[in-house]
Design a protein around this ligand. Structure first.
Ligand code: FAD
Ligand code: FES
Length: 330
C-alpha cells in the first residue's frame, strides 16, 4: 500500500498530504498550496526549499539547478523531490492561488494527429480532457513513462482542448523515442503550463530567435503577434542543421510578413545545395544584423549550445539582461 505523509511549510501554517513517490511541488499544488516555481523540471531553482525535518528522495540528481552547496544547506528542489517521511520545509513564500501566468494543472491528453514535418521532426496534436490556458511560448511536462518526464513547448496559440508540439527524435533518447512511438489514441498525462518565456506588453521592438525545434515556441509567439495585429516591429532568426530541418519556416515567414517590418532570417549550419538559404549559425546571422538587436526585447528557444552561444553574444554586446527571455532545451 502506498504511504501517505504530511508536509508542513514554514513560515506560516500551510500543510498538505503527499503520497509516497509524489513530487512535493505537485502535491502542494493539488492541495491548493502554491509554492514558488517556474520551470517545473529542475532548471531554474525557483522552487528551492530548505528541508528542516524528514527524508526526501531526490528524483533528478543531476538537475541543472542543483549545486554542491545545496546539499550542505539542506536545500532541495520541490519539483524534483519526493517524500520518504513526514516533512517540514521552509519556503520563501506560499500562496493560496497561482501567479497569473502559472495556473499549472494536471491534464490527460489523447494523441489525435501526427504530421511529419522534416527528418525525424514531427508535429504532435493532443486533445486535452478539458480546456487549458497558457501563454504562447510556455511549455508542458509530458509524463511519457515511469520516471520519464520531458518538456515540450506549445507550438500553437492557447485555446480550447488542443495542444500541439513540434518535437525531434534523438537516437537513444528515451523521451523523444517514446513520444515518437506512441500510437494515435494514446493517453499521456501532462502538466501545463510552465515557463517564463511569454510575450511582454511594452513598446520595444521584438526579436524572435529559434534553433531547431525551438521554432515550436517561436511560432506560437508569432501567431500571437499576428492574431493581435501587434504594432511592434518584429525580426526573426531561425537556424537548423539543414534546409529540410527548417520546419515551419514558410508558416513563420507568412506570419512575419503580416507584421510591421516583419522579416525572417533563416540559416543552416551545413551549406545548402541550391544557395537558397545562407549557411552559418544563428549567431552569424545575428552578428550580420546586429542593428536589429539594439533596444529590442528578445525571445529565444532551442538546444543548449545554440542558446548559450546567443546569450554569450548578447552579453558581449551589453544587451540588457532584463530584455532577454529564453528557454534552454536541456
Ligand atoms: C523548456 C523546454 C522546452 C522544450 N521544448 C522542446 C520542444 O518544443 N521540442 C523538442 O523537440 N524538444 C524540446 N525540449 C527538449 C526535450 O524536453 C527533450 O530534452 C528532448 O526531446 C530529448 O529528450 P530525450 O529523452 O529524447 O533525450 P535524452 O538525452 O534521454 O534526454 C536528456 C534530457 O532530458 C531532460 N531530463 C532528463 N531527466 C529529466 C527529469 N528527471 N525530468 C525532466 N527532464 C529530464 C533533460 O533536459 C536532459 O537534457 C524542451 C526542453 C525544455 C527544457
Ligand atoms: S527548478 Fe524547480 S521549478 Fe525550476
Amino acid at each position: 500500500m502506498t504511504s501517505v505523509f504530511r508536509v508542513r511549510v514554514t513560515p506560516g501554517d500551510a500543510e498538505f498530504k503527499i503520497r509516497e513517490g509524489e513530487r512535493i511541488l505537485a502535491a502542494a499544488r493539488r492541495s491548493g498550496v502554491w509554492l514558488p516555481f517556474e520551470c517545473g523540471w529542475g532548471a531554474c531553482g525557483t522552487c528551492k526549499l530548505t528541508l528542516t525535518e524528514g527524508e526526501i528522495d531526490p528524483l533528478f540528481d543531476t538537475a541543472p539547478a542543483i549545486h554542491p552547496r545545496d546539499e550542505r544547506r539542506k536545500r532541495i528542489l520541490a519539483c524534483q523531490s519526493a517524500a520518504c517521511s513526514d516533512l517540514v520545509v521552509k519556503a520563501t513564500w506560499t500562496d493560496e492561488s497561482p501567479r497569473a501566468h502559472l495556473g499549472t494543472g494536471d491534464y490527460t491528453a489523447q494523441l489525435e494527429q501526427v504530421d511529419e514535418l522534416g527528418p525525424d521532426i514531427h508535429r504532435f496534436r493532443f486533445r486535452l480532457d478539458r480546456p487549458a490556458e497558457y501563454r504562447e511560448g510556455q511549455f508542458a511536462l509530458l509524463e511519457l513513462g515511469p520516471d520519464l518526464r520531458r518538456c515540450y513547448s506549445m507550438a500553437a496559440t492557447s485555446g480550447d482542448h488542443q495542444v500541439e508540439f513540434i518535437a525531434k527524435r534523438y537516437d537513444g533518447g528515451a523521451g523523444s523515442e517514446r513520444l515518437f512511438s506512441l500510437p494515435l489514441g494514446s493517453v499521456v498525462p501532462m502538466e501545463l503550463p510552465y515557463g517564463d518565456m511569454w510575450l511582454r506588453q511594452d513598446t520595444l521592438p521584438i526579436v524572435l530567435i529559434a534553433g531547431g525545434t525551438g521554432v515550436s515556441a517561436i511560432l506560437a509567439l508569432a501567431q500571437q503577434l499576428a492574431a493581435a495585429d501587434d504594432p511592434r516591429p518584429v525580426r526573426a532568426f531561425y537556424g537548423a542543421g539543414s534546409v529540410d530541418e527548417l520546419v515551419g519556416r514558410s508558416e513563420l515567414a507568412h506570419l512575419l510578413a503580416g507584421l510591421p517590418n516583419g522579416r525572417l532570417h533563416a540559416t543552416t549550419s551545413t551549406p545548402c545545395a541550391d544557395d537558397s538559404t545562407p549557411s552559418g549559425y544563428v549567431t552569424d546571422a545575428l552578428a550580420a544584423h546586429a542593428d536589429s538587436l539594439t533596444g529590442a526585447r528578445i525571445y529565444l528557444a532551442g538546444p543548449p549550445p545554440m542558446v548559450d552561444a546567443v546569450l554569450q553574444l548578447l552579453s558581449t554586446s551589453g544587451h540588457p539582461l532584463d530584455t532577454i527571455h529564453y528557454d534552454r532545451f536541456g
